[in-house]
Design a protein around this ligand. Structure first.
Ligand SMILES: C[S@@+](CC[C@H](N)C(=O)[O-])C[C@H]1O[C@@H](n2cnc3c(N)ncnc32)[C@H](O)[C@@H]1O
Length: 304
């Protein structure tokens, strides 16, 4: 199965809710900050029509290639940009966008990224210690594991993974590096598993889940990128425009919540979702990745 076929099998999370709240319509310009494999983007393009535009950003060059293929029937309505979404203001300025009616951020990694072991995101299959969403720049996971002290590693695992066994996991990782036993993601998952108490190993989630999440966030500087993107996105929107953030854990959701509150307090607009929207049981059953998803939406004020 090629990249595009595997991506098509994965349904975009909260698709109907995103369309209901962002309301893309004929002639509008929408920025999809996380084009991924083009799921949300395709639906948005159907709605903005041939007079509208979708700017699709993704920092992963593979995602851009797959989106280009999936969205090619929309012709010049699609503009794809391989960049970090934290640069949204520069991207909009470079493209000389006259207006921005809606912005979508669908946080985290995509299923096709995780499914491809060679990207190093998975603890289920062996891959290199990489985890970079943009494999052309930045430090690999292996560099970060080597360069961090045990205490720094434990802090990262605790803070970004909310992992209660962070200290013993960090110790085990450093020991595995020292003894030359940390060659790939399988070794990493094994070292984590062996370091935690037996009941935790048999728990409802794989014992490496939280640590892998934490390390991925650290490698990709995900939280700071998200904070900058939400802040700049609110400012870049045209009056009456809307920004939606889909998050998958409390750290991401907290950023959307705080940035929207700060923007509302500055008089830039209003928060439309007093409480975040969540996936229906039906969607969560169909698409397990959607189970933890939360959607928050902000509307730019007419005069701001
Ligand atoms: C959950 S997927 C998006 C899926 C997409 N909405 C769809 O329907 O196919 C998240 C995507 O965001 C990208 N991404 C994550 N952080 C990013 C950032 N800071 N800048 C640009 N792209 C980012 C990832 O590479 C990944 O392709």
């Amino acid at each position: 199965m090629n990249l595009l076929e595997s991506a098509r099998m994965h349904e975009p999370v909260l698709k109907n809710e995103v369309m209901d709240w962002l309301r893309p319509s004929a002639g509008q310009t929408v920025i999809d900050c996380t084009a991924g494999y083009g799921g949300h983007a395709e639906e948005i393009l159907e709605r903005v029509g041939s007079d509208g535009h979708l700017v699709g950003i993704d920092r992963d060059p593979d995602a851009i290639v797959a989106s280009r293929e999936r969205l090619k029937r929309f012709g010049p309505s699609v503009i794809l940009v391989c960049d970090n979404y934290r640069n949204i203001a520069h991207i909009a300025a470079r493209l000389k966008l006259e207006r921005i009616d809606a912005i979508l951020i669908d946080c985290g990694v995509s299923s096709p990224q995780i499914d491809r072991a060679e990207r190093g995101f998975s603890f289920m299959a062996d891959g290199p210690l990489d985890m970079r969403m943009d494999p052309t720049q930045g430090a690999r996971l292996s560099d970060i594991l080597r360069q961090s002290t045990e205490a720094e590693l434990a802090d990262t695992i605790f803070e970004y993974g909310q992992e209660r066994y962070s200290r013993r996991i960090a110790r085990a990782i450093k020991l595995a590096i020292k003894s030359g036993h940390l060659r790939g993601t399988k070794d990493l998952a094994d070292a984590i598993r062996a370091s935690v108490p037996p009941p935790y190993r048999r728990g409802p989630i794989h014992p490496a889940t939280r640590t892998f999440q934490a390390l991925r966030i650290r490698v990709n500087d995900e939280l700071e990128s998200l904070r900058e993107a939400v802040k700049s996105g609110v400012r870049a929107l045209s009056p009456g425009g809307r920004i939606a953030v889909i998050s998958f854990h409390s750290l991401e959701d907290g950023i959307a919540k705080r940035e929207f509150r700060a923007a509302a307090a500055e008089g830039l607009g209003v928060i439309l979702t007093k409480k975040p929207l969540e996936t229906s049981e039906e969607e969560a059953d169909r698409n397990p990745r959607a189970r933890s998803a939360k959607l928050r939406v902000f509307e730019k004020g007419a005069a701001s």
